[in-house]
Design a protein around this ligand. Structure first.
Ligand code: HEM
Length: 512
């Protein structure tokens, strides 16, 4: 049995398991065809940032073990840098604190609550449609729109309203400047230039006393977010007390139904049947605000942009989908109506499989461990191995996109956009330990995406409104499209990389 990592090779540099590791030459997005083969050979190599061995895996059995065994957590280096910006919310917290936060948050993301948000999804999708109609009225023969920009604004407005009943007004070009929207933009939309000082600041805490210009701007934005967040929390608490205690004097979990995620969270947290030690502090509640804003907006807008891109590459799919959507005799469908649209469902699944916005995730081993593999493999010493031994502290890269695109699982046409595959998905896909639809897009296990139902219904509502109203064509050649971003793969143009993420489409109002 081979042993990798510190305790096995103390003092020697970590090495690739199969001796042919070329990961260093690979882009962060895992698209190499060799990695799509099954069984993918495990790779181990020093990670770029922390010099510890790092195992790359797209083996469903290995991934299941890592996500479910409880032996792995999010590595400290990713948690520290995320916590500096968004605080210790559910995306960052570990162990007991994470379990406590999830327990209080989970009910707010259940199907009954998501149903309440559908009118918000539809209202904001219609607002985006109208913004694009206005833009088209002043364009010429070939009206080109960077659809990603509008989609980002739409999803930000949605999370503002559904998350905190707060009007961020990102779509409203004529509205007054909005303090929280500006703080959010400052924190998350401005990509900081990478500098040595920035890298040092992330790793040497004492440098916090000597902030650079970017760090000062971030702190101002955080202060604004904190002030508004605390006001929102105090308001909601007072409202919950007025509403519920006034009636009976107790707050039960069944009182949960409410308007927005924050109110639901506060109600659940104030419920008299929650033991005192399990209640979240105001700080913990507060850190969920930037967490929802970050986790819920860029991912869904990126998925929607890839969705529209996929439609431009498959005009037949676009027409068939429009036909199905136009057969619904309302502009404001309910959740049940949206979920009953079979072809829409298949196109959403296929987009999220092929264009998973989050391409990989990281874990660190909490203790020495033995990891199962689906099939034996030959290591760099020529030895047949039936499992992988991992040392405490080693890192694991779970290759989300590689699993979603594996030819062994999805067939030789794995890289093609084929919504029909969902009429009869391959039985091998059942091995993938994903939280939704046998794919890894929303990860799996106790740290799977809490917002997956939210984002799927939001995506369906968005597509429902936009595809009924417009026809979409790619405004550039397909080979100009590329992907940028580390964790989230956003669309961009090779010819305009300096402009960052964008998706330029020719958009024309659809008339029957
Ligand atoms: C297409 C849209 C989305 C995608 C692809 C996506 C993907 C993911 C993935 C892969 C993770 C796991 C990350 C990891 O293990 O390191 C995650 C976690 C999370 N997501 Fe999403 N997400 C989406 C939408 C949303 C939405 C709309 C919300 C909230 C409204 C949300 C909230 C969260 C939170 C809070 C976590 C952390 C959960 C935990 O650690 O317990 N996500 N998401």
């Amino acid at each position: 049995m081979a042993m990798y990592g510190r305790s096995a090779e103390r003092g020697t540099p970590p090495r690739c398991v199969n001796g042919r590791c070329n990961m260093a030459k690979m882009p962060p997005v895992v698209t190499c065809s060799r990695w799509r083969r099954f069984p993918p050979r495990p790779h181990i190599r020093p990670s770029d940032f922390v010099q510890v061995p790092c195992l790359w895996t797209a083996d469903p059995l290995t991934v299941r073990h890592i996500l479910h065994s409880g032996n792995y957590s999010k590595p400290w280096e990713t948690r520290v840098s995320a916590a500096k910006v968004i605080g210790d919310g559910v995306l960052v917290a570990e162990g007991e604190r994470h379990r406590g936060q999830r327990a209080v948050l989970n009910p707010a993301f259940g199907p009954a609550q998501i149903r309440e948000f559908v009118p918000i999804f539809i209202e904001k999708a219609a607002e985006l449609r109208d913004v694009w109609l206005d833009a088209l009225s002043v364009q010429g023969e070939r009206p080109v729109i960077n659809v990603l920009e509008g989609l980002k604004k739409m999803t930000l407005d949605v999370i503002g309203l559904a998350g905190f009943d707060y009007h961020l007004e990102a779509l409203n070009a004529h509205g007054k400047p909005n303090e929280l929207n500006e703080a959010f933009y400052q924190l998350f939309s401005v990509t900081p230039p990478l500098s040595l000082y920035r890298l040092l600041m992330d790793n040497l805490p004492f440098l916090d006393f000597f902030p650079d210009r970017r760090a000062r701007a971030v702190r101002r934005a955080q202060a604004t977010m904190r002030r508004i967040g605390m006001e929102l929390i105090q308001d909601r608490k007072a409202a919950v007390l007025r509403e519920v205690t006034g009636q009976r004097g107790t707050i039960d979990k069944k009182d949960l139904p409410g308007k927005d995620l924050l109110t639901l969270l506060i109600k659940a947290n104030m419920a008299t049947d929650i033991p005192e030690h399990k209640r979240l502090s105001d700080e913990e509640v507060l850190s969920q605000i930037p967490t929802f804003l970050v986790a819920g907006h860029e991912t869904t807008s990126t998925a929607a942009a890839w969705f529209l891109f996929a439609l431009t590459q498959s005009p037949d799919v676009q027409s068939k989908l429009r036909e199905e959507l136009l057969a619904v005799d309302t502009e404001s469908p309910t959740m049940e109506q949206l979920t009953s649209l079979t072809y829409l469902d298949h196109v959403v699944r296929e987009t999220l499989r092929l264009h998973a916005p989050v391409t990989f995730t990281l874990r660190g081993a909490e203790r020495d461990d033995v990891i199962p593999v689906s099939q034996p493999f030959v290591d760099r010493y020529g030895q047949l191995q039936h499992e992988i031994r991992i040392a405490k502290g080693n890192r694991i890269i779970i290759a989300i996109l590689a699993l979603n695109q594996s030819t062994a699982i999805w067939g030789e046409d794995a890289l093609q956009f084929k919504p029909e595959r969902w009429e009869n998905p391959p039985k091998e896909a059942a091995e993938i330990p994903g939280a939704w639809s046998n794919m890894m897009t929303f990860s799996g296990g106790p740290r799977a995406c809490i917002g997956f139902r939210f984002s799927i219904i939001e995506l369906k509502a968005l597509v429902f409104t936009l595809v009924r109203a417009f026809e979409f064509q790619l405004a550039v050649t397909p080979d100009d499209i590329t992907r940028v971003g580390m964790f989230t793969q956003r669309p961009a143009l090779k010819s305009e990389l300096a402009k960052g993420a964008q998706m330029k489409l020719v958009v024309r109002p659809y008339s029957r």
